[in-house]
Write a protein that binds this ligand. Sequence first.
Ligand code: HSE
Length: 308
Amino acid sequence: MANSVTVRAPSSTANLGPGFDVFGLALDAFFDEVRLSKRKEKGIKIISKDPIPVNPTKNTAGLVVKAMLNKFKVNSGIEIKIKKGVPAGFGMGSSAASAAGAAVAFDELFKLKLGPNELVKFAGMGEKASAGTIHYDNVSASVLGGFVIVRTEPLDVIQIDPPKDLVLCIAIPKLKVPEKKTKVSRSVIPKKIEHAAKIRNQQHAAAIIVGFLTKDSRRIGESVIDEIVEPARKHMIPGFSHVKKNALASGALGVTISGAGPSVIAFATKSSNLKRIASSMKKGFSKAKISSETVICRPTKGARIIKK
Ligand code: HSE
């Protein structure tokens, strides 16, 4: 049995507009690397050069390892080394990537051979550290890759391979994000939703699924329409309306908040003018005096072992 396993886990976008807490998509924009090693001393030790909590109960990967040690009655100390590539707090599934990496690495280190739903369940325990509640959209994408649909009662994650020509353009604003950003941005979502808006969101969500099944990027992008969560959250992203308007005017098929934000994601195809979309999004943020970074990326595979 190996004494150490390193896993590379991708960034992801959640919701894709109408699929709040249900849809996720793994993206090759950024990756986290998580190395798990057995150690003689009991307990969990976290090492990272990045500014993340090293207390295992406050760290997404730490929580996952803690839960897995308990569940599988593993009698070994663990060292977790984390190299962050996914920017934290910008709606790119940063906490999920570390959690997914930890779950996949633990499974390999102790030859547990867990199935996809079990891996996702443990990875989801890490999300608690940042969001306060467990939601599985980002972790499912980061563990399984591609497009995911999450059902929770009981947990059942459906994975679909995205069309090859789907391309995303993400604008990441240089904003100071609150420490518990996801928790804050979940608190603004209305508790009561107008029935007609709910129906329209369901129509769009269904069309997105069909788009992924039939490998129709245009249908996916044009169905990224959300009448419930985006309107409630957009005030938290200065310049959002300009960014969205500009991207659509530059040929993006659909535009929405990436996960809980503040990044904005535009859906396009490889034949779109991607540089034009990216620079128009940047200009949109500039209008609100916010500088931003743009990334053009594609869907990708899930967490994978890169070293043993
Ligand atoms: N579905 C979640 C949200 C993703 O939008 O709050 C954030 O991690």
